[in-house]
Design a protein around this ligand. Structure first.
Ligand code: C2E
Ligand code: CA
Ligand code: CA
Length: 618
């Protein structure tokens, strides 16, 4: 490369039509600078000679008439060492205001480590000046006046500059910080993640993503209150800060979700021990105003590697690992594996298939009989959803209901299946079978949907033939006004309410008192215990006792053998449901079964009981 002669440089100084300024930035903050040089065009435009300009702050380039928004924009760019160009007002030495286009270029000196700004200015002559007066109408100013004015102006500008500078800093901080914990917020995390991924691609800097989710945060919020919940989040944030270093990024993505980005050291050991430490620390009880509770955490870990095709995927990978840790029983951490990858692809496919299934109404009702423990006859049939999948056949809820719930479309599934119930009942009635009532499962989202009551009213199904099964966990979720109203309306209409899966949720008795159902369904896990484990019988007996003492009728679910049926009916169950009497079956199978047994599912029972009553009568 030819050495450019000094003469040529001098001519740039003399002949360039653009005003040029070189300013030396203070080491760590691009918005603070001191002018070191300017060319003639700059002096011509602004009226400041080189001697006057040198030593001035950046305010000489941006007049006081600049709108605050533009000023903030400029400061933000400068602070971030970004090249940019913008149109602004500026003030000449003589007080005249003019429009300029300015372009800022960041230069750095590798030898000294100094940072410089090159600012070039072009006057925009055809712009209308909004404030100030034109030069010709202005009275001439003496040197003394002009000097005093200048000093005053510099002071004013410097004050303004400092104020805006502080403001810009705090705006920048607020925009990046989670207000509650002081950690990075989601926005900042996303910006940082991009940078980390660019570094990975450019420099091969691999890193780990740890996705952290508290296991029982809702429970803490619901039982100890929101203040306690907030305090828990703050203490988790400070624990995470304590366990990480300045080179890691710790963010709260919202709610009780946190994420850590950590550069990968030579071994992955420090990552696993960090994940382990987080899980361990979260096992310790958390106390708040004298009350103490436990709130474990689960962690999913994935590594962004140089050989990854799609490193942007790493956060979704860590989320899949988190999901795995949760499904393995929570309070633990897992590493992302290829299997999980396949799983997450399958889940995505399932999600899109489910949307199509809703459109095409591919959900069909199956029915499982509930038996009257006294007579052995069918008392009700529970409608259980099945997905009539175009290629995979009839699928049970375990294959799709969780995904539908995560996608927020469980409500649509419930709507879909409920709309088919009236037709099914009419056909069964027409076939001459005796089906006294039918029970439907409703999700929390469906209960919180005001159209549910309308759908029941317009369904053509008689309300006194309908039972609505509510999951016990619903009241913890959203016993909001709409749910409360829905439950009251159901009562009013004469629909029977059953509380499902009793005993599996938290604080069961509270749910019971809040919903006051007519029917209590005891979860099949309790029922299955009574045969294998005699010591469990008092527990099950007391659960049945609670329901009975509140005037409820009790259903035992999961009755698989005659022994089960006998034990739980002797304990006081009013109704029995389970594979012993029948698995969930299609409408046609239910019809055939009922035609065949005439509604009698436990013949020996009906014989025993009728002979008992004959003996009693005799
Ligand atoms: P659930 O309401 O507790 O329904 C009873 C589940 O227990 C049924 O599983 C049934 O097949 C199974 N079961 C019945 N008797 C026995 C038995 O003797 N032994 C064993 N091991 N299992 C038995 P299914 O049909 O797979 O339904 C699973 C869950 O899916 C239901 O549990 C319910 O929570 C949900 N679900 C089903 N249909 C719907 C629906 O239409 N809407 C909503 N929101 N949820 C539904
Ligand atoms: Ca149920
Ligand atoms: Ca159940």
């Amino acid at each position: 490369m030819a050495v450019i002669p000094a003469q040529i440089f001098n001519q740039i100084n003399d002949k360039s039509a653009e005003g040029l300024v070189l300013a030396l930035a203070s080491g760590d903050d691009g918005a603070v600078m001191e002018v070191q040089w300017c060319n003639r065009a700059f002096s011509r435009i602004t009226g400041y000679s080189e001697a006057e300009a040198v030593g001035q702050r950046g305010t000489i380039l941006v007049g006081p008439d600049v709108e605050q928004g533009v000023h903030l924009f400029i400061i933000e760019k400068l602070m971030n060492w970004e090249n940019f160009s913008t149109r602004t007002l500026n003030t000449r030495k003589n007080g005249e205001v003019y429009w300029q286009r300015m372009r800022w270029t960041h230069l750095s000196d590798a030898e000294t480590g100094d940072h410089w700004w090159l600012c070039s200015i072009v006057e925009l002559e055809d712009q209308v000046v909004i404030s100030g007066q034109s030069g010709s109408e202005r009275p001439a100013v003496t040197d003394q006046e002009s000097y005093e004015r200048l000093v005053a102006k510099v002071h004013r500008l410097e004050k303004e500059n400092t104020r805006l500078h502080k403001l810009a800093k705090s705006v920048a901080r607020d925009a990046n910080e989670d207000a509650l914990t002081g950690l990075s917020n989601r926005r900042h995390f996303e910006v940082e993640l991009k940078t980390w991924i660019e570094n990975l691609k450019k420099n091969g800097t691999e890193f780990a993503v740890l996705y952290i989710d508290l296991d029982r945060f809702k429970f803490v919020n619901d039982t100890l209150g929101h203040d306690a919940g907030d305090r828990l989040l703050v203490s988790v944030a400070s624990m995470l800060k304590e366990l990480t270093t300045d080179s890691d990024l710790v963010a709260r993505l919202g709610g009780d979700e946190f994420v850590i980005l950590k550069p990968l050291a030579k071994s992955a050991l420090n990552i696993s021990s960090l994940a382990d430490e987080i899980v361990q620390r979260m096992q310790a009880p958390f106390s708040c105003e004298g009350k103490s509770t436990a709130c474990s955490a689960s962690v999913g870990v994935a590594i962004a590697k140089t050989n990854m095709e799609d490193p942007e995927q790493v956060v979704a990978d860590s989320d899949a690992a988190l999901y795995h840790a949760k499904s393995q029983g929570k309070g633990r951490w897992s590493f992302f594996t290829e299997e999980m990858h396949a799983q997450s692809i399958a889940t995505k496919q399932l999600a899109s298939d489910l949307l199509v299934a809703c459109e095409r109404q591919e959900f069909i009702p199956y029915f499982q009989p509930l038996i009257d423990a006294q007579t052995g006859r069918i008392a009700c049939a529970e409608m259980l959803v099945r997905w009539n999948h175009p290629t995979r056949g009839v699928l049970a809820p375990v294959h799709f209901l969780d995904t539908a719930a995560n996608m927020g479309i469980l409500k649509r599934v419930d709507e879909n299946i409920f709309s088919s119930l009236h037709g099914a009942l009419s056909r069964l009635d027409d076939a001459g079978v005796d089906l006294p009532r039918v029970a439907v499962n409703v999700s929390a989202a469906r209960l919180a949907d005001p159209t549910f009551i309308h759908d029941i009213k317009s369904s053509g199904i008689s309300p006194d033939r309908l039972t609505v099964e509510i999951l016990e966990s619903v009241y913890l979720d959203r016993m909001g006004d709409v749910v409360r109203w829905t439950i009251d309306e159901l009562d009013e209409l004469g629909v029977t309410i059953a509380l499902d899966d009793f005993g599996t949720g938290h604080a069961s008795v509270r749910g019971l008192l809040e919903i006051r159902p007519a029917i209590l369904k005891i979860d099949r896990h309790f029922i299955q215990l009574v045969v294998d484990d005699a010591s469990a019988r008092p527990l099950v007996a007391s659960i049945i006792g609670i329901g009975k003492s509140l005037g409820m009728r009790v259903v035992a679910e999961g009755v698989e053998t005659e022994e089960h049926a006998r034990i739980v009916s002797d304990m006081g169950s009013d109704y029995l449901q389970g594979f012993y009497f029948g698995k969930p079956m299609s409408e046609d199978d239910l019809r055939d079964k009922l035609l065949e047994n005439e509604g009698n599912f436990w013949p020996r029972r009906s014989v025993e009981n009728s002979s008992k009553s004959v003996q009693q009568a005799g």
